[in-house]
Design a protein around this ligand. Structure first.
Ligand SMILES: *Cc1c(COP(=O)(O)O)cnc(C)c1O
Length: 360
């Protein structure tokens, strides 16, 4: 069996070294006589796995001491509700950037729990851009400011961190976390579903400044209160233990390979060569303004959409899979997260060039 280059937007590829290690440890983790899946989440073995995963993530992202790291379930989609339930308590209005499909969902959900003030919308430009660094006005009395640093479906990424002043900045980093270093202290809350750039689906990582863990809106279920999880080290109920273990292996490997600076270099290079290949061809096109192009999700169209099916079929023959664009966008999308080897991007580019020569 040979491993495929899987360009899925999520669940996405995991590093082969991580999967191999998990395979080795599958039946018997560190002479415990148990699989990680069989361990009590409160036993000393799993407690050590959880503690190391958190410590490694803290080191990787340089997370300041006044932030909690929570390992939750429910996906980024649960955070769409959990954020307003926990943060829009005394103040009832929140600012949202509307940059694509995921911020749309975040906004729709937040409207159930607070007043949403859309401070910038990319709708008119068909979601192919982000605001200018000063092209929006925030409400200084907002409960928080929410944005989606990387819109996974549109392939649109903020080239800057919005300046929210004293208002807590909340970021849905599902498809960009760990792709490069970021200054965590700029944020109130960072959340991410794991299945893009961290580990398997089923784990959600939340990084939250401690002073934001407080009273919640009336009626908020215990499981939707950050305090419940923060006060119990993410062990209020059974956490997604195997996902935490795999995420821990990913963190450990990133640290061993030079951390997020090294990862950023590789990601930047992978994205740059793919965008160059698209721009230099007369056959492929990417609709996103250059400054807002995503390092992680690269949508592109063929000059003739009639060739889409042929492209996908011939790509599979080269072990290049899941390149079909999101149904709402069409065309192709290559998701090139951390775990996509550079050789996968090189193989894709080579294939695109051969395909163009053959059909254009
Ligand atoms: C995938 C994704 C989501 C949804 O994540 P779930 O874990 O499936 O809820 C939300 N936001 C962004 C930016 C995503 O890429």
């Amino acid at each position: 069996m040979s491993r495929l280059f899987n360009f899925s937007a999520g669940p996405a590829m995991l590093p082969e070294a991580v999967l191999s290690k998990a395979k080795q440890e599958m039946l018997d983790w560190h002479d415990s006589g148990m699989s990680v899946m069989e361990m009590s989440h409160r036993g000393k073995e799993f407690m050590s796995i959880a503690a190391k995963a958190e410590a490694d993530l803290r080191t990787l992202m340089s997370i300041p001491d006044n932030y909690k790291v929570l390992f939750l379930q429910g996906g980024a989609s649960s955070q769409f509700a959990m954020v307003p339930m926990n943060l829009a308590v005394t103040k009832k209005s929140a600012d949202y950037f509307y940059t694509g499909a995921w911020s749309k969902k975040a906004i729709a959900e937040a409207k159930r729990y607070c007043d949403v003030n859309v401070v910038w919308s990319g709708e008119e430009g068909n979601f192919s851009a982000t605001p200018d660094t000063s092209g929006y006005t925030l409400n200084p009395n907002a409960a928080y400011v929410h944005y989606t640093p990387n819109e996974t479906i549109g392939g649109v990424e903020f080239p800057f961190i919005p300046d929210a002043g004293d208002v807590p900045l909340v970021a849905d980093m599902s498809s960009t976390i760990l792709s490069r270093p970021i200054d965590v202290s700029r944020f109130g809350v960072i959340y991410a579903g794991a299945q893009k750039n961290i580990g398997p689906a089923g784990l959600t990582v939340v990084i939250i400044r401690e002073d934001l863990i407080a009273e919640t809106q009336d009626g908020t279920p215990s499981m939707f209160q950050y305090s419940t999880h923060a006060n119990n080290d993410s062990m209020y109920n059974t956490p997604p233990t195997y996902g935490m273990y795999l995420a821990g292996l990913v963190f450990e490997r990133l640290l061993r390979n030079g951390g997020l600076d090294a990862m950023a270099e590789i990601n930047k290079r992978k994205a740059a060569k793919l965008y160059s290949a698209i721009d230099e061809s007369g056959f492929y096109a990417n609709p996103v303004e250059v400054r807002s192009r995503s390092w992680m999700n690269v949508p592109f169209t063929l000059a003739d959409a009639e060739l889409d099916a042929v492209f996908l079929k011939e790509a599979i023959e080269k072990n290049l899979v899941t390149l079909k664009g999101h149904r709402s966008v069409g065309g192709m999308r290559a998701s090139i997260y951390n775990a996509m080897p550079e050789a996968g991007v090189d193989t894709l580019i080579e294939f695109m060039q051969t395909f163009e020569a053959k059909y254009a």
